[in-house]
Design a protein around this ligand. Sequence first.
Ligand code: FNR
Length: 187
Amino acid sequence: MSEDPPLSILGVAGSLRQGSFNRALLRAAVDLAPDGVRIEIFDLAAVPLYNADLEAAGDPPGVAAFKQAIRAADGVLLATPEYNHGVPGVMKNAVDWASRPPRDAALGEKPVGVIGASPGMTGSARGQSQLRQAFEFTNSFCMPQPELLVFRAHEKFDDDGRLTDAATREHLARYLTAFAAWIRRFR
Ligand code: FNR
């Protein structure tokens, strides 16, 4: 058993589809989390497109729940796909909501990890890079290393979305240990 105080991590996938590799990667993270680390997955389906008029009338329920879940967590683990060499709108939209209000944002000074999966050869590298840029503005503590780029994702998960590739499982477990240590630096 770990002697460190327990940590809670909020996992967020930037894809809404049932068979998402990125969501499946987070499910694997739940299983592979080190002792004393609990990961809960937040579904972005109820987060509408950002609209300052909606915001001015009070955060919609899905947004309020998202912000609350971020605030309650010790760290946030974002699993992002890559669309057209960038961050998919679903993920960027969620980050945009959670970046507000700017001086009291849920993401402000929050430890953040970025991982991702793609069937292509780059494993969402460009999507991840672009997502990291947003955390400069939100003043989040985005872990620079290690990285986790799950390339050729269709070969690494079975038909039920289980991460079956041994090397990727090992890499993910090491990533989670590093992320837990990163979060503890800010406690
Ligand atoms: C893609 N995909 C993709 N993949 C990639 O590696 N680089 C890219 O630039 C793109 N661009 C892209 C654009 C659009 C509009 C779609 C729909 C898809 C493929 C993408 O990686 C693949 O659909 C993943 O399976 C998406 O992640 P989830 O949904 O499996 O988590």
